[in-house]
Design a protein around this ligand. Structure first.
Ligand code: FE2
Length: 423
């Protein structure tokens, strides 16, 4: 535990969750008034977007905006592309890294785990975070400190894309500056390697970064204040106000202590879009729908449409059939492309039988510097030096005695700043 941890405590899951939910529903219904009317108007607005997305798919066009790294680097991204990114809340960055660089990283990752005899040491999944979803987990390696991962995290090309994405947000509002868009904190995550021939049942649609928290925590109630006031049409998913003051409940085996403007991954293999790839419901405002849906009369009084503590927030045909219609796969990607989605955007991994080609990615999000992210980065810096699994992840610690993990001496100024180590 670092010094910061002892003064900063994550909130606890309430002892009586059903009671809290009943009380919350009473309070919100009083506050909103005509819940049914507010919800139906919101549903009409969302339906316009769902139908737009269905029409795009019917024409055989890509739903996901595709932005070239070259345009980001040179500041040439068009107004139309910027608008598409904000409307959809997700994008592919084409050529984020040269394909050969990414394929080289993929080979180095294999060398890294093989040279350390990982297969013989692997003890099985260390968390049950996705336990309530209908589908199983994809093949996740709990590896954090390889050279390829660290090189990608501290690469100037990564910093350029993170800054570009952070700047889609309104980071100054309510008289405050919520984060520094041009400097990220390091948020080390795992890798996925799914081999040719794999059968995978995928991962059901969900959102991360808090589930029950989104209704019950004061900071999230401030983030979603306009939704809970009954004015979801005024809610702006890109306003960062209070987002960096949210803390998830303590005790989940996988939670996120950082504020991420976008979740993301970098492709380490070419992937065709019918091979069990990522899908999103590319409608950032859908979070307002998710938040208000449990207030309708057909949901049991002490439930929030399947939400349970310390789990991801599930999206289902039962409660969100309109949203499910918009579920849209990424385009085909090549090694070196990266894929990004707004932290509220619903995402899933499609099932696949006898997968063609590899499905390999490194998870690297955009987590701009703010007090919350700097605090977690200080913990991460110690985990990095010791080769431990970062605190947000299951305590597996495979890499502590792997002597070919990325050394502190090879951090560049971007990496040092991202870990709060000074330059
Ligand atoms: Fe997720």
């Amino acid at each position: 535990m670092s010094e910061q941890d002892t003064v900063h405590q994550a909130p606890q899951v309430p002892a009586d969750v059903p009671g809290q939910i009943r009380a919350l529903k009473r309070e919100l219904r009083d506050r909103i008034g005509d819940v049914e009317g507010v919800f139906r108007r919101l549903e009409d607005r969302i339906r316009v977007q769902v139908e737009e997305i269905e029409a795009i798919r019917a024409r055989g066009e890509e739903v996901w905006p595709v932005i070239s790294f070259r345009d980001i680097e040179s500041g040439q991204v068009s107004e139309a592309q910027l608008a598409a990114l904000k409307r959809r809340g997700c994008a592919v960055v084409r050529g984020h890294f040269p394909r050969e660089t990414a394929l080289g990283w993929d080979r180095q990752l294999v060398d890294y785990v093989e040279s350390n005899d990982f297969d013989a040491k692997y003890r099985g999944p260390g968390d049950d975070f996705f336990g309530t979803l209908s589908a199983s987990r994809p093949e996740i390696y709990p590896i954090y400190w390889s050279r390829p991962q660290m090189e990608a995290r501290q690469d100037p090309r990564m910093a350029a894309v993170q800054s570009f994405l952070n700047r889609r947000w309104t980071f100054e509002s309510e008289g405050r500056s919520w984060f520094d868009p041009d400097q990220d904190s390091m948020y080390p995550d795992r890798i996925r390697r799914r081999p040719p021939g794999a059968d995978s049942s995928g991962l059901g649609p969900h959102t991360d970064s808090g589930a029950l928290e989104r209704w019950l925590l004061p900071a999230y109630q401030r983030v979603f204040r306009l939704v809970f006031d009954g004015e979801p049409e005024k809610y702006d998913p890109w306003d960062a106000a209070y987002r960096t003051e949210v803390d998830e409940y303590e005790g989940g085996s996988t939670m996120c202590s950082a504020f991420r403007t976008f979740q993301g991954w970098t492709a380490l293999s070419d992937m065709n879009n019918d091979q069990g790839v990522l899908q999103t419901v590319p409608i950032p405002e859908a979070m307002a729908y998710i938040l208000l849906r449990p207030l309708l009369d057909d949901v049991p009084e002490d439930e929030l449409c399947g939400v349970s503590p310390r789990r991801v927030l599930p999206i289902s045909e039962q409660w969100h059939p309109l949203l499910m219609r918009a579920l849209s796969s990424i385009p085909d990607v090549q090694a070196g492309d990266s894929v990004w989605w707004h932290c509220d955007v619903i995402h899933a991994v499609a099932p696949v039988q006898d997968q063609q080609g590899w499905g390999n990615v490194m998870y690297i999000p955009a987590a701009p510097q703010c007090e919350k992210n700097t605090r977690y980065a200080a913990v991460v810096a110690e985990d990095f030096k010791a080769g431990r699994s970062p605190r947000d992840f299951p305590e597996e610690h495979y890499e502590t005695d792997w002597d070919n993990r990325f050394p502190e001496n090879d951090l560049n100024p971007i990496g040092r700043r991202a870990l709060g180590l000074g330059v």
